[in-house]
Design a protein around this ligand. Structure first.
Ligand code: PMP
Length: 290
């Protein structure tokens, strides 16, 4: 069966989904997106993802024309139309078509696209070995109005990622303009120090990750102290454990940064406790919808 996508209110075969060549998302990267994971047909924290996108849409001035869309429904419809249970789903919103001379006021109708594919899990060995990361030569600007938004332009993320992959590692870490840790190219970062968690504050130029939020909730319910604050790179290198989070890979141990081992260079106990707790949370939320 050909993949079906949701485009501007209709479910259509992928081959028939047409987006204008003059879409500002395509021409200028003016758009937003969300990546979510579905477990047995349940989209984990769907409403939080849609809320994050809507908050960003307000900042970018896209909220009003987006108002006529029920984005949660669009995501669920796309999943059902493709008869997917375990899936990765992407919601993309761009400013839509505009005039040749760059002017956002000429964009009247946003483009709304949802696509979903079967989720292919990472091998268990990857989790039991953990990720290695490089520190990117690119910096995050904590003062940029885009720094905490999930904007379509992932050029810096992709360039950082290319550096990381060429270095034989799995993730790139961004520092901000003050030299503090911000986030990974596709993930948020946590340190474990003396049985407590530390994660970069959002003001460090970290995306308010949905997984990050869930991990902070879990830490609180497990009585694990958690701090959100600026973190120097050296603190990461001295940490007992570290891990990365995102919606698709959940909790991934981070065992090496730029050739330096983190802790014992293997997944730590608290990381594994939180990874297990996260999985339980997913199961609980997926089963409570019935
Ligand atoms: N930071 C960046 C740059 C990301 O691309 C992602 C993945 N969306 C995250 C953090 C983690 O966000 P989430 O937990 O919402 O998937």
């Amino acid at each position: 069966m050909e993949q079906l996508v949701y485009l501007n209110g209709s479910i259509v075969p992928k081959g028939e989904a047409k987006v204008s060549p003059f879409d500002y998302g395509f021409l200028y990267g003016f758009g937003l997106f969300e990546t979510m994971r579905a477990y047995g047909g349940h989209l984990f924290r769907l409403s939080q993802h849609v809320k994050r996108l809507k908050r960003s849409a307000e900042i970018l001035g896209l909220a009003e024309p987006l108002g006529r869309y029920d984005l949660e429904r669009a995501c669920l419809e796309t999943l059902r139309a493709n008869t997917l249970g375990d899936a990765r789903l992407r919601l993309t919103v761009t400013a839509g078509e505009g005039a040749p001379r760059p002017d956002l006021s000429t964009c009247s109708a946003p483009t709304v696209l949802v696509s979903a594919q079967a989720y292919v899990p990472l091998l268990a060995e990857v989790y039991s070995r953990g990720y290695r990361a490089t520190v990117s030569s690119l910096h995050r600007n904590s003062q940029s109005p885009l720094s905490r938004l999930k904007v379509s332009s992932y050029m810096e993320n992709l360039l950082a990622r290319r550096e990381a992959l060429l270095a034989g590692t799995e993730e790139a870490l961004f520092l901000n303009e003050n030299g503090f840790l911000a986030e990974g190219s596709l993930s948020n970062i946590f340190l474990v120090v003396r049985d407590g968690l530390i994660t970069p504050s959002l003001g460090s130029a970290a995306l308010p990750g949905i997984t990050r939020e869930a991990v902070l909730e879990l830490a609180s319910s497990l009585g694990i102290e958690a701090q959100e604050r600026p973190i120097a790179l050296e603190e990461l290198l001295q940490a007992d454990e570290a891990f990365l989070t995102n919606s698709l890979m959940e909790v991934m141990p981070l065992v090496e940064v730029g050739d330096r081992a983190i802790g014992q260079a293997r997944p730590g106990l608290l990381t594994l406790t939180l990874a297990t707790a996260y999985r339980k949370l997913v199961d609980k939320e997926a089963s409570s919808r019935y």
